[in-house]
Each structure stands twice: as structure tokens, then as C-alpha cells.
Design a protein around this ligand. Sequence first.
Ligand SMILES: Cc1cc2nc3c(=O)[nH]c(=O)nc-3n(C[C@H](O)[C@H](O)[C@H](O)COP(=O)(O)OP(=O)(O)OC[C@H]3O[C@@H](n4cnc5c(N)ncnc54)[C@H](O)[C@@H]3O)c2cc1C
Length: 342
Amino acid sequence: MKYDAVVVGGGPGGLTCAALLADQGVKVLVLERKSRIGPKVCAGGITKGGLINALPQSLIQRAFSSQTIITKYQHLVIDATGPMIGTVNRRELGTHMAGEAAASGAEIITGARADTVSDDRVIYILGDRSYEAYYDFLVGADGSSSKVRKFLGIDSSAPHCGVGLHYVVGDAGDKMVWNFNADSFGSGYSWIFPHRDYASVGAYLADGSISPLQLKKNLDRWLGDWGINPADGRFEADKINIDYRGWAFGSRFLIGDAAGFASPLTGEGINPALVSAEAVAAAIITPSAGPDNLQRIIRRHRSHRMMSRTAGRSRLLALVLSELSGLLLRFGIIGFDKFEMA
Ligand SMILES: Cc1cc2nc3c(=O)[nH]c(=O)nc-3n(C[C@H](O)[C@H](O)[C@H](O)COP(=O)(O)OP(=O)(O)OC[C@H]3O[C@@H](n4cnc5c(N)ncnc54)[C@H](O)[C@@H]3O)c2cc1C
């Protein structure tokens, strides 16, 4: 079958791009390897500059106008007049986005794993059969282990990836908490993100200075301090591609985690996926359009990478930077939005 555009991956990036393309009459196919759109290892945190105001309010599980921030020597609470960070459920977000893409006319096939990518087609496996989808434009929105990225010859193996691990627990209180204690999490951090009737409690690290196993142990210990028993939760982990190397390669494009757009500092990747999806759709529909919003994301990615790399040089630097950030936040010299990918 021949399409104008084939989008590999039905995450937030792929679905957004497909909806925008289909809206403009582009014949687009989305291939999603999972049988169900949505579920993904993710804390579901969304930011003020990102999705909080862009999504239907019914999709926002919780919204927080105050953030608790912990470092080795500080414990501070930052307040704002409106929501700073909110949470979404990835299954609900996926269902919503797939509905929008389908309503726009995109064809979405679930349970369809892109197996082989070549110059003019994607061969995908559905059930026990393989099919060919020919394309004019190819969009790789297939996450941190992207096949399309590999086809383009860009490596996405460790150590270029960060790692995120979390537990989904029943209850973890009412506060949104960020713990930048460098002793336990190096240049990374741990979090408590409450949702409506569950919470994501996890840790992220970009530089590999702590093994994933040790990171998990440190997370378990910290959760114990908060009275949260990890054994009561469901454990999940995934890599997060933070190695941005470009998004437009002629008639082929990369979006979101496939492009390495997630923040090296925080692992936030949903909003960059959407912004890059918009840029790719615009580039396909109106090649002369400038990707202004994406340029902002690329600049933010660069500054997050610089901060993350600096903190990753030594435990002492991570400690100094986390304490300094705490002080700057405490006295309002920088806003919490400095940490957003928006
Ligand atoms: C523990 C953890 C916590 C996180 N917390 C946050 C957070 O709070 N906020 C935030 O913004 N980000 C968070 N992230 C990052 C966020 O999940 C990603 O950045 C985001 O999902 C990227 O969206 P995407 O559309 O680019 O890719 P994805 O959401 O990964 O979607 C890619 C899709 O492609 C599909 N796919 C992959 N390979 C194939 C194939 N061969 N054929 C067909 N389909 C394929 C996958 O099944 C998937 O559905 C977290 C990540 C982790 C690991």
C-alpha cells in the first residue's frame, strides 16, 4: 500500500504529527507495535509552559501550584499563583490523541511492528504476516530505541541515553516532590508525582555514573524515608534518548525520543515530542515554514545538556549545582520554568 507519509510509532509525537498531516489531506499511516495505544513507562508529568494549558482539562489528573524541592542541605517549597506542574495518565492521553488523529483521517494500525525500514517502504509485522507500506515521507516517532533512527545511521545506544525507573504505587501523599540529593542521585533526581488514584515515584539519571541497580536501591531507600513501600508498587524502567542529532533528513524525519529531544537534565520528553511533531508536520505540508518553536526546544535542550554534563563530571559538582539551584529557586532568582522543556 502507498501513503504520502508513514509514521512509525503511535506515541504522543507520532499521533500529533499524524493528526496535523491528515488535517491537511495528507494520506498518513501510523504503525504502532503495541496492541493498545497509550501505555508507556512514564511519570506523566506535564508543565505550565508545555501541556497543562494545551490539553482538555479532563485529561489533567492533578495540577500543583506548589513544588517541594529537596537537596542534601535544603528543603524548600516553591509556590505559584497557578499550576506549575500537572500529571496525565498515558493511556488516557493516548486514547485522546489517537481519537483526534483518527477523526482527522489518519489510518492507525495497532499491533503493527515496523520490522524493516528502507528507502521507499516500511515492512511491518501484523499478527503472523508481513506487509509493505510505501512512503513519500517517513516519520520516525518510535521512541528511544528507534528503528528509523537506526536506519538513518544514528546510534542511540547507551551511554547516550538516560535511564528512568519508577514504581506505580497506590498512594504517595498529596505533594509533588523533587529530590536532587546528589549523594543518592548524582546529577539526576528522584520524584513523587501524584496522580488521581495512584502515584509515580521514581528516579532519573543521564550520565550512567550510578548503575541502574544502585539507582533503584537509592530510590527504594529514599521512598522508605517517605513511608512508601516500593514492594507495594509496580516497577517499570526504560531508557530515555537525550542524544539529539537532528530532526530533518531530506524526506525523513525524527520526532520526540527518536530524535533525542527529551531533556538531558530532567528526562521530560512529552512536550518536546509534540513540538517536534508540529515542526515535522509543518515541514511536510509547507517546506518553507520555519520551525520557530522547535528552535526554542533545541536551545533549551542544549542548555539542559550543558547543565547535566557539568553536574555529571563529579559528585562534588553535582552537589554544588543542586545546592546552588536550590538557593536560586528559593530566592526567586530563577523560576522553576528553567527546568521545563518548553
Ligand atoms: C520512568 C520514566 C518517567 C518519565 N516521566 C516523564 C514525565 O513525567 N514527563 C515527560 O514529559 N516525560 C517523561 N518521560 C519521557 C517520556 O515518556 C517520553 O519522552 C515520551 O513518551 C516521548 O514521546 P514519543 O512520542 O517521542 O515516544 P514514545 O512515547 O516512546 O512513543 C513511541 C511509540 O513507538 C512505538 N514503537 C516503537 N518501536 C516501534 C516499531 N518498531 N514499530 C511500531 N511502533 C513502534 C512504541 O510502542 C511507542 O508507542 C519519562 C520516561 C521514563 C522512562
